[in-house]
Design a protein around this ligand. Structure first.
Ligand code: AMP
Length: 397
């Protein structure tokens, strides 16, 4: 594995896997959110500034094949050229002769973009011969697509084997890995994780792993009510996964045994319908009347969580405290976001890692006031769970 900071790109063609799976306007096919394009700019610019040329490779959406032009990367070539400030040539295909000829003749400072790799089913099946053809586009392979690093696809993983001595991470993946490792592996204390979101079933693995790492684990969102019920509380119509009650009890016991302060809400904002305009009131946790459901944490919980978070040195946030998409049930999530900002301003390191907490921090316009906002939802969750991501292993070896 090479290091992008020290690698000599002079005269080299860099084949870069980026995640340009950006949303497009249904009618005009214009890019409506270019966050992912902007995230790849530092890596592309670095290579160009160091005398290399760049072949951009990505997927867009889930096309069945090339018969679906709305998924063509051609739709984003002009927009990407404008963001980058460099004209980008379009390869027309990702493995055809025309594209191969174009990449073979790229001069230093030039950039081209290949067609959607998912126009070929060999991409997702990770077919080696397809990856081998893709590899012909570059002298060096750079993976900067964190959002797809958990997929063993041809362009994210298999292609790396054709660059045994010339493969590396781009700045984006490097930043994601460093941030996650900093939270999980540095010895600063206290380390607080806030895990929320809809279902406990999708967060079990991360919770179990975090119990070995954190000082405080705050559980919020819909998943909290499974813990409340497991403790014998009344949860009314709140979201509960009855199959996970035993698991919740086990986690509560494990936390105690491991000396982790596992914090379950003490009060909750309840509603008589899943609707922003529903009747609502605040009650003590475990006393939710029939016909009512908990859609946010209560004010006492928000205050106690804020105290814990504001005094933390390392913070990981995955999943909202309530249905933050509805204004009347966003206060708990706002309180968590604000206290993470507060802790960060006092020198803590904060990672907003995966789940809808990324959407929440963006909604509250606080993304630039925390240490790192992950770009890879599923990939970040898997990395935090301790799984080996194929795209990362392919580079590290
Ligand atoms: P996740 O993707 O697992 O982070 O889940 C995020 C979703 O959980 C958001 O769409 C929230 O609206 C939802 N959510 C959070 N709290 C609750 C709750 N108390 N009841 C139902 N859904 C919730």
């Amino acid at each position: 594995m090479q290091d992008i900071h020290s690698y000599d790109f002079n005269g080299k063609r860099a084949l870069i896997r980026v995640d340009f799976n950006v949303p497009l306007d249904k009618e005009t096919l214009e890019v409506t959110d270019n966050t992912r394009i902007r995230a790849a700019v530092p890596t592309i610019k670095h290579i160009l500034d160091n005398g290399g040329s760049v072949v951009i490779m990505s997927h867009l959406g889930r096309p069945k094949d090339a018969s679906e032009p709305k998924f063509s990367l051609k739709n984003i070539v002009e927009h990407t050229s404008n963001v980058l400030g460099v004209e980008i040539k379009f390869g027309g295909d990702c493995i055809g002769n025309e594209a191969l000829e174009m990449s073979a003749n790229l001069k230093p400072g030039e950039v081209m973009m290949l067609e959607n790799v998912r126009y070929y089913k060999q991409e997702t099946t990770g077919t080696e011969s397809f990856a081998e053809t893709l590899a012909k586009h570059g002298d060096v392979y750079v993976n900067d697509a964190f959002g797809t690093a958990h997929r063993a696809h041809a362009s994210t993983t298999v292609v790396a084997k054709f660059f045994p001595n010339d493969k590396m991470f781009g700045f984006l993946i490097e930043g994601e890995i460093k941030s996650a490792d900093k939270v999980l592996n540095s010895n600063e204390k206290p380390l607080t994780a806030i895990v929320g979101g809809a279902k406990v079933s999708s967060k079990i693995t991360i919770i179990e792993r975090l119990l070995d790492k954190v000082d405080n684990l705050i559980v919020g969102g819909g998943m909290a009510y499974t813990f409340v019920k497991a403790n014998g509380g009344k949860v009314g119509n709140s979201l509960v996964e009855d199959d996970y009650l035993e698991m919740a009890t086990r986690i509560l016991n494990d936390a105690k045994a491991k000396g982790v302060n596992l914090y379950i809400p003490v009060d909750t904002v309840i509603a008589d319908a899943f609707n922003n305009d529903a009747n609502r009131k605040e009650v003590v946790i475990g006393e939710i009347p029939d016909g009512w459901m908990g859609l946010d944490v209560g004010s006492e919980t928000a205050k106690e969580c804020s105290d814990i978070i504001s005094n933390s040195r390392l913070i990981l946030w995955n999943g909202p405290m309530g249905v933050f998409e509805m204004e009347n049930f966003q206060d708990g999530t706002v309180a968590v976001a604000n206290s993470i900002v507060d802790a960060t301003s006092k020198g803590a390191f904060s990672l907003i890692g995966g789940g809808d907490s990324v959407a929440a921090i963006n909604k509250f316009n606080l993304a630039d006031k925390v240490s790192y906002v992950s770009t890879g939802g599923g990939a970040m969750l898997e990395y935090l769970e301790g799984k080996e991501l194929p795209g990362i292993k392919a580079i590290r070896g």
